[in-house]
Design a protein around this ligand. Structure first.
Ligand code: NAD
Length: 502
C-alpha cells in the first residue's frame, strides 16, 4: 500500500447542466455531491437535473435535427468537426484523466495511456464514416406489370438519449456520442452520478470544436430521477444505455411502450478458457490483467478463470503472484498498480461477495479483505472453486477471480456458457483448430484470443442474454444510429422502334 501526501489540484469543469449551449443550474437549484473515493474529500456539488431540465435538453436537441442547423451540416463537415473534438480530447488528456481519477479512483496513468486516447480514437474513427453513410441498391425482381428498381437511404434517427456508467465514463460517452453525431443525430447524455465531470468537459470540448449549441447536451443527476426522465421522454428516438442488468431492465420497461430503438450494454461474467496447450508465460500477464485491471470494475473482466486441470496449479500460482505484486494505492501515485473502488457501497458489495465465496466453501488463495487504510481499497482476491458458486455466477465488479478446473474442451465450453451473461470471453491456446472450434460455440458477443483489451471502434461491441441487446461501434454500431428507408422506383421502360418495351 502506498500513500501519496500531495494530490494534484484538478481543474474542474463547471458542475452545471449543458443545455442548448448554456451551462446552467438545475431548474429547482438542487445538486448532488461527488466525493473522491481515495480521500473521502468533497469534489463538487453537481447540478441535479429535474424532469423539466431533461425536457429542455431534449427540446434543444430536437431543434437541431428537425430542420435545424445540424440537419443541414454535410457529412464531410460533420467529420471535420469530430476530428476537431478528437484533437481537443488529446489536448485535455491529462485533465480528463485527473477528473476520472479524482471522482472514481481509476489510475491516472491508465487513463492517460488508455481511456482518454481511446476516446479520441473513437471520434477519429467515426469522423471517417460521416461522409460515407450509404444504403444499398437492388434491381427488384419482376413481379406484376411494373418495372422497378430499389434502394435504401440511411437517415439520422433524430435525438439519441445516452445513459452511461461510472467505470469508463469518457470512453463510453465517446462510444455513444461519436457515432450518433457522425450519422447526423443529436444527443442528450446522462452520465453516472459517481463520475459526471469528464462528460461535462467533453461537452465543453464539443462546443469549442464548433459543433452547434444543442447538438450535445448533458443532464447530470441521479439515475432514478434524471435517468428515468430521459429514458421515457417521448421526444427521444433512441435510448442507448450502458450499465447494470437491473437498471437495463428498467430502461427497457420505461422506453418499451414508445417503440423507439434501444441498445442495452449490460454486465458480464466473462470466462477465460485456458487450455493445456496455451503459452502460459505469454498468457499469464493477460489473464491477471483480465482479472484485476481497474480493480475488476470492467464489464469485460474475465473473473471466471476456467483452466485445464493439468495447468490449474500454474495458473493459480501465477494469479496469486500477480495479486501479491499489486501496489494498491492512490490513483495519482506513479507506483500504484491498482487504485480505488468507486465508493463505499460498491466496496461493501465486493467484500460481501468475498464472504459468500468463503461461506460456500471456495478455497481462498490470496486477498479477501478491505485494505486496512483510509480510502475505498480492496485486495485483489483469488479463489479456487466451481462454476455454481455465487462468486462464479454473479457480476462482482471487483478484483475477485475464481479459478475453475476442467478436463475436456467440451466441459470448458459448457462451463463458459453456464451463465446468464454473454458479453465476452477469452481463449488461450496455441492450437488454431481448437481456438476456432471453441470460438464458434461460445454464446458471447466478443472473443479475445490470447489476449484481452479495449473494444476497438472499428468492430462491434455488445452482448447476448443478460449482457444486453444490440451493438455499438463498428459498422453495425454506426448503422444503428440511422433509420433505413426503402425506396421503390417504378419506370415504364422505353419503346423500341418496333414498339416493344425495352
Ligand atoms: P448502473 O446501472 O447503476 O447505472 C448506469 C447509469 O444508469 C447511471 O448513469 C445511472 O445514474 C443510471 N440509472 C440508474 N437508475 C436509473 C433508472 N431507474 N432510470 C434511468 N437511468 C438510471 O450501473 P453502474 O454501477 O454505473 O455501472 C456498472 C455496470 O455497468 C456493471 O454492471 C457493468 O458491467 C456495466 N457496464 C457494461 C458495459 C458494456 O459495455 N456492456 C460497460 C461498462 C459497464
Amino acid at each position: 500500500m502506498t500513500v501519496t501526501t500531495a494530490r494534484p489540484v484538478v481543474d474542474l469543469p463547471e458542475p452545471l447542466l449543458r443545455i442548448g449551449g448554456r451551462a446552467r443550474a438545475a431548474s429547482d437549484g438542487r445538486t448532488f455531491e461527488s466525493h473522491d473515493p481515495a480521500t473521502g474529500d468533497h469534489v463538487a456539488s453537481v447540478a441535479f437535473a429535474t424532469a423539466a431540465d431533461v425536457d429542455d435538453a431534449v427540446r434543444a436537441a430536437r431543434a437541431q435535427v428537425d430542420g435545424g442547423a445540424w440537419s443541414r451540416v454535410p457529412g464531410a463537415e460533420r467529420g471535420r468537426l469530430l476530428l476537431a473534438v478528437a484533437d481537443l480530447i488529446d489536448r485535455e488528456c491529462e485533465r480528463l484523466a485527473a477528473l476520472e481519477a479524482v471522482e472514481m479512483g481509476k489510475l491516472y496513468r491508465d487513463s492517460v495511456t488508455g481511456d482518454i486516447p481511446c476516446a479520441a480514437a473513437v471520434f477519429r474513427h467515426f469522423a471517417g464514416w460521416a461522409d460515407k453513410i450509404a444504403g444499398t441498391a437492388a434491381i427488384v425482381s419482376d413481379v406484376g406489370p411494373q418495372r422497378r428498381f430499389g434502394y435504401t437511404l440511411r437517415q439520422p434517427l433524430g435525438v439519441v438519449a445516452a445513459i452511461t456508467p461510472w467505470n469508463n465514463p469518457l470512453l463510453i460517452a465517446a462510444w455513444k456520442v461519436a457515432p450518433a453525431l457522425a450519422a447526423g443525430n443529436t444527443v442528450v447524455i446522462k452520465p453516472a452520478e459517481d463520475a459526471s465531470l469528464s462528460t461535462l468537459l467533453l461537452a465543453d470540448l464539443v462546443a469549442e470544436a464548433g459543433i452547434p449549441p444543442g447538438v450535445v447536451n448533458v443532464v447530470t443527476g441521479i439515475g432514478d430521477v434524471t435517468g428515468a426522465a430521459l429514458a421515457q421522454h417521448p421526444g427521444v428516438d433512441k435510448v442507448t444505455f450502458t450499465g447494470s442488468p437491473r437498471v437495463g431492465a428498467t430502461i427497457s420497461a420505461l422506453a418499451g411502450s414508445t417503440y423507439r430503438k434501444i441498445v442495452l450494454e449490460l454486465g458480464g461474467k466473462a470466462p477465460q478458457l485456458i487450455f493445456d496447450d496455451a503459452d502460459l508465460d505469454a498468457a499469464m500477464p493477460w489473464i491477471a490483467m483480465g482479472s484485476f485491471y481497474h480493480q475488476g470494475q470492467v464489464c469485460a473482466a474475465g473473473t471466471r478463470v476456467l483452466v485445464h486441470e493439468s495447468v490449474a496449479d500454474r495458473v493459480v500460482d501465477g494469479l496469486a503472484a500477480a495479486a501479491r505484486a499489486s501496489v494498491i494505492g492512490d490513483p495519482f501515485d506513479e507506483r500504484s498498480t491498482m487504485g480505488t473502488i468507486v465508493n463505499e457501497r460498491q466496496l461493501a458489495r465486493i467484500t460481501g461477495y468475498i464472504d459468500a465465496g468463503v461461506a460456500e466453501g471456495a478455497d481462498l488463495v490470496v486477498g479477501g479483505h478491505r485494505v486496512d487504510a483510509p480510502g475505498c481499497y480492496v485486495e485483489p482476491t483469488v479463489f479456487r472453486g466451481h462454476n455454481r458458486l455465487t462468486i462464479a455466477q454473479e457480476e462482482i465488479f471487483g478484483p475477485v477471480a475464481t479459478v475453475i478446473p476442467f478436463r475436456t474442451t467440451e466441459e470448458a465450453v459448457a462451463l463458459a456458457n453456464d451463465t446468464r451473461y454473454g458479453l465476452n470471453a477469452m481463449v488461450y491456446s496455441e492450437n488454431i483448430s481448437r481456438v476456432q472450434t471453441v470460438v464458434e460455440q461460445l454464446r458471447v458477443g466478443t472473443v479475445w484470443v490470447n489476449g484481452w483489451g479495449v473494444p476497438d471502434p472499428a468492430l462491434p461491441w455488445g452482448g447476448r442474454g443478460g449482457s444486453g441487446v444490440g451493438r455499438e461501434l463498428g459498422r453495425s454500431g454506426l448503422e444503428g444510429e440511422t433509420e433505413e428507408k426503402t425506396v421503390h422506383i417504378g419506370y415504364a421502360g422505353v419503346a423500341a422502334a418496333d414498339g416493344a418495351v425495352l
